[in-house]
Design a protein around this ligand. Structure first.
Ligand code: AMP
Ligand code: MG
Length: 531
């Protein structure tokens, strides 16, 4: 680690490192793996990357924090966001948190390979924390190496930005940079370790605080630090709520419940499967965080999970995400209980999750189907029958909804058969064909009740049903080429996914169903936590 500060091209970054200033620090200056008590963070220095090389950056994110595209193309940028130099105002640290992993309390986890550089406040007064992922060991690295590989870094970078443009609450990403180091990974934990290219992502968010950030102090009965973190979080990340107090804690928790519900409803809308919804991967701001073995539904299957580490129990399968988010909120409620000391109001706040989710889901489904509003009397059945049909016909979720907008309330049933034939992964058999006819007639009758013009309905459907998502195999194609030093697909995908709801000429290859070769290929439908 060189101590020299990067020159004034970073002067625009206005740091206000409130987290380190206001919260208790680990007094130990040395960087070795350990349990850290009564502290929210430890100071650390990023590891020197041998030969940093830019893979890609997000121009939108650069602009938000006040950096020009010109700056992003400098060597200084590469050095700073690979962790080799600190820009003026950066104060690197790793945070302490715990978590439930796959339903079991795992104790201290913490930023094992994430190093925060500090928080900037931009010209609009917005706070953005900058964090390097894969920049070396911290006291929280446990038995791992603190590094990340190119494939998982490209996946995190592209997906964060894609989710943002889809309108899904998410952490963002500024850059992905090759470190020039080789990293050993056993991708499927099957005794086949390989050398892979190392990389560092700079990700950004108003805050990276997780459910597990609170849980760790409750688990250790350190109520003093727990209260400090809660008060800090309310003042910094939820300032609109007012000054912290016991009554306000409940209001705050209820807001966390509502934000979490809204986030998960968005996941279900776009077909995103997080893959590792452990409580350390749940953001207090209701942002999608920690892009690991996530995946996108291709053939509609609520039981699908991309994460091979979860293949047995399928705890984090698509259809279970709303239930797991609730389970995670219950764990957060348990962590807050010693401060609030009343169970009933916490339970009441938790019920806000269910109510918000139900409402968000209904609105979301009405939107996807182009209905003016959700009428439970008819639309519960309409949605349930559609889910059965899409599953039976093995239909690509994204393409189905997108193309459904083109069908009219007066079309013959053959229109839905043709649509399913185009979007499905197997031939349309009699059973599915009959199901489709019945469903389509019910749908058309429902549309007639709304008495809306086809053009109006089509436009509203296309605003919520994306044409372009980061299909698993597309990310893998970008990675395969990037591993040969060609980052062109990374840039093409980044650009296409900026406008996921707009059909883009010349980008047809990004709106196709999964090709046969990708069905069983590692990285395309099967991913592990190894990253
Ligand atoms: P995840 O499954 O990515 O949410 O990670 C769970 C925990 O393991 C977190 O505390 C991570 O910081 C840590 N971790 C994951 N990969 C590494 C790594 N390569 N080096 C150090 N810590 C890691
Ligand atoms: Mg994590």
């Amino acid at each position: 680690m060189q101590n020299s500060s990067a020159s004034n091209i970073f002067d625009a970054l206005n740091f206000d490192n409130r987290f380190v200033r206001e919260l208790p620090a680990d007094p130990e200056p040395d960087n070795y793996r350990r349990q850290v008590y009564q502290a929210c963070y430890s100071r650390v220095q990023p590891k020197t990357a041998k030969a940093p090389r830019l893979v890609a950056y997000s121009s939108e994110m650069a602009e938000i924090i006040g950096l020009s595209e010109e700056t992003c193309r400098t060597d200084e940028f590469c050095q700073v966001f690979a962790g080799n130099r600190l820009a003026p105002g950066m104060e690197p640290y790793a945070t302490c948190y715990g978590g439930h992993q796959f339903g079991h309390w795992a104790g201290q986890l913490g930023d094992g390979r994430a190093i925060n550089l500090g928080d900037i406040v931009n010209v609009h007064g917005q706070r953005w924390a900058l964090q390097l992922k894969g920049a070396g060991l911290t006291p929280y690295s446990r038995s791992a190496d603190g590094l990340a590989v190119l494939r998982s870094s490209i996946r995190e970078f592209l997906c964060s930005e894609a989710m943002h443009h889809l309108g899904v609450p998410t952490t963002r990403a500024l850059s992905v940079i090759l470190s020039g180091e080789q990293v050993v990974r056993d991708m499927f934990y099957d005794g086949n370790p390989q050398l892979e290219a190392g990389a560092v992502v700079c990700r950004t968010a108003p805050s990276f605080t997780r459910f597990g950030s609170f849980q760790i102090f409750a688990a250790r009965d350190d109520l003093e630090t727990l209260k400090k973190l809660i008060d800090y979080t309310i003042r910094t990340d939820f300032p609109h709520l007012g000054e912290p107090s016991k009554a306000l804690y409940l209001q705050w928790f209820e807001e966390v419940c509502r934000k979490t519900a809204e986030m998960v409803a968005h996941w279900q809308r776009v077909g995103f499967v997080h893959g590792v919804m452990n409580t350390d991967n749940m953001s207090i701001l209701g942002l999608t965080i920690d892009y690991g073995p996530y995946g996108w539904l291709e053939n509609y299957d609520p039981d699908w999970t991309p994460n091979t580490t979860d293949a047995q129990g399928r705890r984090y399968r698509f259809g279970n995400q709303p239930t797991i988010a609730y389970w995670n909120l219950v764990q957060l409620a348990n962590a807050l209980y010693p401060i609030i000391q009343k169970a009933a109001p916490l339970e009441e706040a938790l019920s806000a999750y269910s109510a918000t989710y139900e409402n968000a889901w209904q609105n979301m489904m009405a939107g996807k189907l182009g209905l003016l509003s959700f009428d439970p009397a008819s639309d519960e059945t309409l949605c349930a029958d559609l889910a059965t049909l899409l599953k039976t016909a093995e239909t690509d979720m994204t393409l189905f909804y997108r193309n459904l907008a083109d069908l009219n309330s007066s079309d013959d049933v053959s229109a839905i058969h043709r649509l399913l034939e185009q979007c499905s992964y197997k031939a349309l058999r009699t059973e599915a064909r009959e199901m489709a006819s019945l469903w389509f007639k019910a749908y058309q009758a429902r549309l007639k009740r709304d008495n809306r013009s086809n053009a109006d309905r089509q436009q509203s459907m296309n605003a919520v049903n994306p044409l372009y998502v980061l299909r698993n195999y597309l990310a893998q194609q970008a990675i395969d080429l990037a591993e040969q030093d060609d980052f062109s697909i990374v840039w093409d995908l980044l650009d296409t996914l900026r406008k996921p709801y707009t059909q883009q000429t010349g980008r047809e290859q990004f709106a196709k169903k999964r090709p046969d070769w990708a069905k069983q290929r590692a990285g395309c439908s099967m991913l592990s936590c190894s990253s």
